[in-house]
Design a binder for this molecule. Structure first.
Ligand code: GDP
Length: 445
């Protein structure tokens, strides 16, 4: 079924000094041999040229690595051709590979093969994408743990007591007259349910690390929004990653605060909106607030509160967030009581109060949870959903056990719980779900 040989450009087109064309499959070696006159040996790098055998023309000077199955990314024969990074050499080499029998890989197909060939499980395969898209050191650490199979091994441990209980109860159903030594299944199942719930409880924080917290900074002109933004993006504690925005072709800025990625929403729109007609930027603020998970409402405390300030506070409504009482280095004028919001006094000028603001932002984002750095963490909505279904079925199994319901019913719930757990690692998974998951990958991964 997966016998054909796939090829793709595995690096971004037209960026960087080198690029890689990757092939995987039984024909990978013979295809490359047809266009690379040099000698290839297993897990070694060979230098030479890719040559079009039809014209004898050299496509590029390259380094080729041949890796024989099974010690490869896909567990199939893999060849990687390192060439110059321009789009032309990459595309010519890919075309040559396709002409000699390779098929263009689908998005994520290399990783899909690694999964189908049993090198990694589904949760690990999904982590590949997380590693690529990590925005902070903490998200990367989580993603790498996922790739190592951290969550997968937690799931396997959870499955064991369920399997053992299922085997015991099935034996009791199938051989009612036989002397099957009694076994306490309730206790281990209860423990498993507790662990399952602990795992589910990590999901909110896990997803914050993975997806980031969409944060809007709103306030009327000149209160210090851009100064504050610059403070939050401060070089020494942030990796500013250009992430293509989802709604427009904007670049989102990501403030890395204690490992939590705060994705600043439409900051350009609000912060640089100083035209008279739209001086308040109400419409923009409203949209940004709508899209945000967290809103920082900035007020200039060196001036009395204005109608505009109040209007913005009203716009924010009950959205999660903080009032940032900025310019606290100046003589205070604004009366901030009655805003019904947690308020942090800052000076974007001197930096005063900034670390308190950041602490509060992180606390709000993670819901006050502190997560042990080596504990497995759920960072994927698909996994969370499957875990919740597994917990529900396991809970039903336990209730039936307690009520003395016939074993058949208990086993049905246990099997459902196991099946939900299996969806995470990919033991029980439908083809169409695989398609959806891998469609998010880029071609060449
Ligand atoms: P924005 O229009 O809301 O983005 O405001 P800016 O960040 O451009 O700041 C407007 C002016 O206020 C600038 O001259 C800043 O230097 C000044 N400013 C910003 N924050 C503070 C602060 O905390 N204290 C003082 N004294 N001035 C500030």
């Amino acid at each position: 079924m997966y016998r054909d040989t796939i090829a793709a450009i595995s690096t971004p087109l037209g960026e960087g000094g080198i690029g890689i064309v990757r092939l995987s499959g039984a024909e990978a070696l013979s295809i490359v041999n047809a266009v690379f006159p040099g000698k290839l040996s297993d897990h070694r790098l060979s230098h030479g040229h890719i040559v079009d055998p039809r014209t004898g023309e050299r496509a590029d000077e390259v380094l080729v690595s041949f890796m024989a199955a099974p010690r490869t990314y896909t567990r199939e024969d893999v060849v990687e051709i390192n060439c110059h990074g321009g789009p032309l050499p990459l595309q010519r080499i890919l075309q040559l590979a396709l002409r000699h029998g390779a098929r263009l890989a689908n998005p994520g197909e290399f990783t899909l093969r690694a999964f189908l060939n049993g090198r990694i499980d589904l949760a690990q395969a999904e982590s590949v994408l997380d590693v690529i898209r990590s925005r902070t050191d903490a998200s990367l650490r989580l993603a790498v743990q996922g790739l190592d199979g951290h969550l997968s091994s937690a799931i396997r441990n959870l499955r064991e007591p369920l399997l053992s209980a299922l085997a015991y109860l099935t034996a009791r159903i199938d051989f009612p007259e036989d002397e099957i030594p009694p076994q306490d299944v309730g206790q281990p199942l209860n423990e498993a349910l507790e662990k399952l719930r602990e795992l589910i409880a990590t999901a909110d924080a896990g997803m914050v690390y993975r997806f980031g917290v969409k944060t809007a900074i709103v306030g009327r002109p000149n209160v210090g929004k851009s100064s504050l933004l610059n403070r939050l993006l401060r070089e020494d504690r942030s990796i500013v990653t250009p992430v293509p925005g989802t709604t427009r072709d904007t670049i989102e800025e990501v403030a890395n605060i204690k490992g939590v990625p705060f994705v600043l929403v439409d900051t350009a729109g609000i912060i640089h909106s100083k035209d008279v007609v739209e001086s308040l930027g109400v419409e923009r603020s409203r949209k940004a607030i709508e899209r945000a998970d967290l809103v920082l409402t900035v007020i200039d405390v060196s001036q009395p509160m204005t109608e505009a300030d109040r209007e913005i506070v009203a716009l924010v409504g009950d959205k999660a967030g903080l009032v940032v009482a900025n310019k606290c280095d100046l003589a205070p004028q604004a009366k901030l009581d009655g805003l019904g919001r947690e308020t942090v006094y800052t000076s974007a000028l001197s930096g005063e109060g900034l670390s308190r603001l950041e602490d509060k932002m992180v606390k709000l984002a993670l819901g006050g949870k502190v997560v042990a750095s080596d504990a497995p963490m759920v960072n994927n909505p698909r996994h969370k959903d499957a875990l919740e279904r597994a917990a529900l079925s396991l809970d039903q199994a336990l209730q039936d056990l307690k009520a003395g319901t016939p074993d058949d019913f208990v086993t049905i719930h246990l099997a459902a719980s196991l099946s939900a757990l299996g969806e995470i690692t990919g033991e029980t998974v439908h083809e169409d779900l695989l398609e959806t998951i891998f469609a998010n990958f880029c071609i060449g991964k």
